[in-house]
Design a protein around this ligand. Structure first.
Ligand code: PLP
Length: 447
């Protein structure tokens, strides 16, 4: 069966402008950690799609609240009405988000949420009379979305390359990845090294021109789940505060329990001015993203005429109702604790099965956000040449034996680099963890 053999069984070319260049199978159902295609083949979703699925696929309670909400109040324009689900959801998010006196602006995904946060940061400075603060600083080996503003923040060369003439506003500081740390005296003083680079970038630009520093508190696909060194966020935040630069934490991949805390910022007692979230917020049941501002940022903007910004689908009642149901499941099923315990089991499984593997350079991450960094040589950490398409081959082999992984390539030097990301649903069972380890080990054989 091809992607073009659509639901009614008629053969022929698909009219879909497909996301993937190859012809992916047609998915027909999903339950827990498993997806079934039109030929009845079962896939173990070890990456939750793109590290999205937290509460598991096919939850009937979420389906029921979506349906009920659509019957009660399907949609109202967000500039004309507020709605009950959005009010309740924002209040529930304010209880768990690592932001003081949080104000929540729900949108349709991570990139939209990032664009919203950038505008909030800009609006905050304009409200204070700091009108020159237009520039954003972001790190290498980072990803913040595919819309123009978010892509410009992103330190992912392969994704930027075709659009480079449109980009170039973002000031870049080094990426944070202890396995390939750019600090000449690594492992000593890495936090200080990064804080100094950030401060130098601020001073070079002129502090009065810098709006915000944007970063993932724990790395996502672009750095391969890299955890910053102890002290990093303290030092970096101190630099930002010294220069009136806001901190925007991108928690699109790491939020909603993925790393074993509500948000990755919680590992570091980080209190950003703005948080951007998506993915696990709805666990895939609805296109949902969140830009979360501190009360201080919100009030400053509100006092000076509000935010010039909006989307037709923002503050959607069904999205908020889904978000609320997912949040409730995370709490009731204790999925944050589960991310920790199941993540440890997965790490142990990999250590046992892949320890000493000649091409596994690093296994890193925290909770149920893990990365296997594949290298040509473990001793030199030299990546495979891109032409070898190692990641693609491993992901394809894994798919053949019914294991879904999330690939990330080109992140060592903009061309080479082979990361295999794992992020199964937080509900993943013990025997599913064993199966992930077994099948991944098989897929890595003979690379
Ligand atoms: N930020 C991070 C860290 C991400 O991982 C992603 C998506 O993978 C985004 C932003 C963009 O989110 P979306 O694909 O929902 O636009």
């Amino acid at each position: 069966m091809f992607a073009g053999d659509v639901g009614d069984g008629c053969q022929g070319l698909s009219s879909v402008f497909a996301r993937a260049a190859n012809e992916p199978p047609l998915a027909v159902s999903a339950k827990g950690s498993w997806i079934t295609d039109a030929e009845g083949k079962l896939y173990l979703d070890a990456a939750g799609g793109a590290i999205v699925v937290g509460i598991g696929h096919g939850d009937p309670d979420v389906a029921a609240v979506m349906s009920a909400q659509a019957a009660d109040l399907d949609w109202v324009h967000p500039s004309a009405f507020s709605n009950g689900p959005v009010e309740d959801y924002a209040a529930a998010i304010a209880e768990v988000a690592p932001v003081d006196d949080a104000r929540v602006f729900p949108v349709s995904g991570g990139s939209e949420a990032m664009e919203t946060a950038l505008k909030m940061a800009r609006a905050f400075h304009i409200s204070r009379g700091d009108t020159e603060r237009t520039r954003f600083i972001a790190r290498g080996h980072s990803y913040h979305g595919n819309t123009r503003g978010a892509l410009d923040l992103s330190g992912r060369e392969p994704l930027r390359a075709p659009y480079e003439p449109w980009l170039g506003q973002t000031i870049r500081v080094p990426g944070v990845n202890e396995y390939r740390c750019p600090n000449p005296s690594h492992p000593d003083s890495c936090s200080t090294f990064h804080a100094e680079r950030l401060e130098a970038a601020i001073l070079e630009t002129g502090a009065e021109r810098v709006a915000a520093f944007v970063a993932e508190p724990i790395g996502g696909a672009a750095s391969g789940a890299a955890v910053p060194p102890k002290g990093y966020w303290d030092e970096v935040t101190t630099v930002c505060r010294r220069h009136g630069v806001l901190v925007i934490a991108d928690e699109v991949m790491t939020g909603f329990g993925r790393t074993g805390e509500w948000f990755a910022a919680d590992h570091f007692d980080l209190r950003p001015d703005l948080v951007v979230a998506a993915k696990g917020a709805s666990s895939g049941y609805w296109p949902l993203g969140l830009a979360i501002a501190s009360g201080e940022v919100h009030d400053e903007i509100a006092a000076h005429g509000g935010l010039t910004h909006g989307f037709t689908w923002s503050h959607h009642p069904i999205g908020a109702r889904v978000g609320l149901a997912v949040l409730d499941k995370i709490k009731r099923m204790r999925l944050i604790d589960r991310a920790r315990t199941q993540g440890e089991k997965l790490q142990k499984g990999f250590a046992k099965a892949l320890g000493g593997h000649e091409h596994v350079g690093d296994v890193r991450g925290v909770g149920l956000l893990l990365c296997i960094d594949l290298v040509e040589s473990v001793d030199s950490k030299k990546p495979f040449a891109r032409v070898e398409r190692v990641t693609e081959r491993v992901v394809e082999r894994a798919r053949e034996i019914g294991l879904l992984l999330y690939p990330s390539t080109g992140n060592v030097d903009g061309i080479d680099g082979d990361y295999i990301l794992l992020g199964p649903p937080l509900t993943v069972l013990d025997d599913e963890i064993d199966l992930i380890v077994d099948r991944l080990t098989t897929a890595l054989r003979g690379i």
